[in-house]
Structures are given as C-alpha cells and as structure tokens.
Design a protein around this ligand. Structure first.
Ligand SMILES: *Cc1c(COP(=O)(O)O)cnc(C)c1O
Length: 485
C-alpha cells in the first residue's frame, strides 16, 4: 500500500517542475513572446491560410489532438501554437487591427495574469482572499467614480461586456419586479444600434417574451428622446409595462453615443430602469472630450464598460456597475453573509453580487496595468485614438469617400461610391464588401463592415493601444490604391 502511494506520488510530483526546469521554461516562453512582440509590426493584421479545397475548412491540425499519456516538449507545443494559432486569422495584437472593436493585450496585464495563475488567489470570497477582493472592489470604486456614481454604488469584474450586460438585465428584471406573469407585458426600449448581446441577455434572463421597441434614431444613429417619450406614453395607454431603456455610449456599429442626460431625465421621470451599454465607449471618460460626450452617464441605474476594450487589457475583462449595490445583492446573493461583508472595508465579496463563484483573479491584470503605468498614458492613448479617427475622417473626405457621421469617439463609417455604381445598392454593397476583403488580403490593416438599413458600410474602429498615425496613413494609402482601380 505505502509503496503504491509513493509510486503514485513520484508520478504526481511531475506536475511540480523543479526550479531549474521553471527557469528553462519561462525562458522559452519569454523567447516566444519576444519574437512575437518584435515581429508584430511586420506581421499581418489578418492571416488566412488558404483552405486546400474551395469552401472546405482546413483540417484542424495538431492543435486539436487529444492529450497523450506521456509528456511533450515545450518547444513542440510552442511550435504548434506559433504555426496553428498565432499565424492564423485575425491578429488582435496588431496595431493594424481596426475592425469590430479592437481589444488590447497590455504586457503589464500579462505579468498580472502570470502572477494570478501561479499564486491562484481565490478572488471571489472576502475571507478566502481579503486582499484580492479589496483589489477588485477598489478598481470598481475607481470606475464608479469615473462614471460619477454616488456612495452605495458597486459592481464586479465580469468576463466581458456580454456577461456584464446579461447581469444588468437580470438586476433590472428583479429590481423592477418583472416576475414571469408580467413579462409578456414588459417593454424594453432599444435602437437598431443596440449590441445584439442585450437581446441575447434578455432571452437568457427569461425576458425573451418582453416587447422590444426599436426607438427611431437621428441622423447620427442616436436614440430620439421625443420618440421614446411618445412610445412609453402609448405603451402605458395600452396597459403595458414600460420597464427598461437601453442606451449606447459608443455603439459598436457606428460609435454613436446616445443623449445620455436627456434619456436619463426621461427614464427617471417615467420610472424606467436606465441601462447604459458603454462596453466600447466607457473608458473614454478618462479624457475631457470623452467626459463631455458621455455627459449624463451618472444618471444610469447600470453601466457596462469593458476594460478589454478601452483599457487595452487582454480579452476576458468586463465590468458591470450599478448605482445601488443592493440590486446586485438581491439578484445574485446566496446568503445573508453579504450584509456583514458589505460593511467590511474591503467591500462585498464578488460571489455575493455576481453570477460566478470560482473565477479568474481578474483584478490583478487590471490593477497591474493601471498602477505600473499610471493613468496618464491611458488618457493620452484614448485621446490619440479620438484624434486619429478625426484625422481619418478629414483625409477620407479628400479621397472622395462617402462618410457617416463625424466620429463621436473613435469609430468612422465610410464607403466608396464610384460613379458607375451610384444608385445600385446591391452593386455598391458588393463593391464595398470587396474592399474589406481586399484590405484583409493585403494584410496590413484589418477593417470590418456592417449593414445599416440595407447599406453596407466599412467601419474604422481605432482602439488598439498599438494603433498610431502610421497605421491610419497606411490605411489611407491602401484606400487611395483601391479608389484608383
Ligand atoms: C463589445 C461590445 C459588447 C460585447 O462585449 P464582449 O466583451 O465582446 O462580450 C457589448 N456592447 C457593446 C457596445 C460592445 O462594443
């Protein structure tokens, strides 16, 4: 028996590498990372390994093989990672990535992740790691202050904007007493610009039957407050239950920022839950211009903002903030213990105010980046992105491109309308979708497109911390070439 245990222990101990091996392995990983970072400016923003047969997806390769009984060398694994993961598809680490909403990948956060994974603090429950919980709550307090929320507000770090929006819908549902029998009469007010994860959240939260009202937008894709007021009144007249307004502070598609202060006053007067999806735009609050554009955000009942967008963090970090923490405790608390916890200087335990229990120690990657660099370079980077979007807007006009509204933050819509195709919507859509493909094939920059009211538009989204003037000028060069074809 004891021999057997010792034999098993001998094998199990292989899971704990020796100091020598640790040193060798971290050196290998570091060499990989250095090669990745130093070659980044030469790497395409998008790499497409052509499928062997037309329309057939390439085989998955070694990356998808099941684990074997025996070990493999780290070098072999890094080589698979390099070939089959880091050289295929979109490269979100590239400054040339200006599609969708670019994510970040700050090195300082990677250091935080490394520390978090090795020390593996249990960041969900106060008694298990008072320090980790205090760190997260401190970050949440800082974000709530940015928003302008009063004392008694709170929130948690989520895995991303979709999760945070879902939790906001759940909190709004419970706070407004939307039990099952009332759901078919509940009304939620959105626009065509609202991110699709909100609708997904409604369905997951059991609000799938709630009525969605698409509020008309102005010519800058912003919700029209007058139209909202009329719709709410008409719904009340019909005996329906106006429930929640979802505003966008930086819509993903067009970068539109709704008139938060006007909508906030209206929501408050009508006693509606006022939710602001600022997943993309929220951290522009760090700049004076952003604060002007997001005026009124403090009137929200709940706000979503994504550190993996506006704070340039690696994917996997969102945040939900609520004006009154009690709403999260009501929806997500599982014991009365939170009452004691909340009184603690460290604030509430994330497990008591969010859907998760065991979770990644997300706070460390946020904390490390913000403190290691200080806020100044973040403010500068966000202001730089806004200026780059405006610079592009002015230069694209000179190229004769058709432009969407002037950028509120850092998204610009544009399209090419050659003489011969004027008035032919299908042909124009195909032509512009072709440009997006051509840019991706060229690989220097990656832009995505969107269809708004049947029209295909190319989107420039400047938010990678690595996107600088050089990338915008490269894009303008490519557009000039495409225009000349
Ligand atoms: C990105 C985005 C989301 C979704 O967030 P994820 O972090 O991708 O889950 C929601 N709303 C807006 C406005 C966004 O830009």
């Amino acid at each position: 028996m004891l021999d057997k245990i010792r034999e098993k222990e001998r094998q199990a101990r292989l899971l704990e590498p020796s100091p020598v091996r640790r040193k060798r392995e971290i050196a290998s990983v570091n060499a990989y990372i250095e090669e990745f970072l130093t070659s980044l400016s030469r790497r395409p923003a998008y790499e497409d390994r052509k499928a062997p047969g037309w329309g057939i997806r390439p085989p998955e390769g070694a990356v998808a093989e099941p684990p074997q009984e025996g070990p493999r060398s780290l070098e072999a694994l890094l080589s698979i990672l390099d070939r089959e993961v880091d050289h295929r598809g979109l490269n979100p680490a590239s400054g040339g990535h200006m599609g969708y909403i670019p994510g970040g990948g700050l090195y300082a956060s990677a250091l935080g992740d490394y520390l978090a994974a090795v020390t593996n603090r249990y960041a969900s429950v106060h008694y298990a790691s008072p320090g980790a919980v205090a760190m997260e709550n401190g970050l949440i307090r800082w974000m709530a202050q940015l928003v302008g929320f009063p004392r008694g507000s709170g929130g948690f770090l989520a895995s991303g904007g979709s999760q945070a929006n879902l939790a906001a819908v759940v909190a709004a549902r419970d706070a407004m007493g939307m039990e099952a029998r009332r759901v078919p009469k509940a009304v939620v007010y959105l626009t065509a610009q609202t991110h699709h994860c909100v609708d997904k959240g409604l369905r997951i939260a059991g609000m799938g039957q709630a009525l969605r009202r698409m509020v008309p937008m102005d010519d800058r894709y912003r919700m029209q407050p007058d139209a909202l007021a009329r719709m709410v009144a008409a719904d009340r007249d019909q005996g329906l239950l106006p429930w929640m307004v979802v505003a966008s502070a930086g819509s993903t598609d067009a970068g539109a920022v709704d008139s938060l202060d006007v909508l906030g006053r209206l929501a408050s007067k009508e006693k509606l839950w006022f939710h602001i999806d600022a997943a993309y735009g929220g951290f522009f609050l760090l700049s004076a211009e952003g604060r002007r554009r997001l005026k009124g955000i403090r009137m929200a009942d709940s706000v979503v903002m994504d550190p993996h967008k506006g704070l340039f963090l690696p994917y996997g970090t969102g945040a939900l903030l609520v004006r009154d923490l009690k709403h999260l405790q009501q929806s997500f608390g599982y014991s009365a213990a939170y009452l004691d916890d909340a009184l603690d200087a460290g604030g509430p335990s994330p497990a008591d105010i969010s859907p998760e229990l065991s979770r990644h120690f997300r706070g460390l990657r946020v904390w490390m980046a913000l403190h290691l660099h200080g806020l100044a370079p973040f403010r500068a980077a966000l202001e730089e992105k806004m200026l780059l979007a405006r610079y592009f807007y002015a230069e694209a006009r000179k190229l004769g491109l058709e432009l969407g509204p002037p950028p509120e933050l850092s998204v610009v819509l544009f399209r090419s309308v050659p003489q011969g195709l004027k008035g032919d919507q299908d042909a124009l859509n195909r032509h512009n979708a072709g440009w997006v493909k051509a840019l991706a094939a060229e690989g220097k920059v990656f832009l995505s497109g969107t269809t708004i009211a049947g029209e295909y538009w190319i989107r420039l989204a400047v938010l990678s911390f690595r996107t600088h003037l050089r990338h915008i000028q490269m894009l303008l060069q490519s557009l000039k070439r495409l225009s000349a074809l």
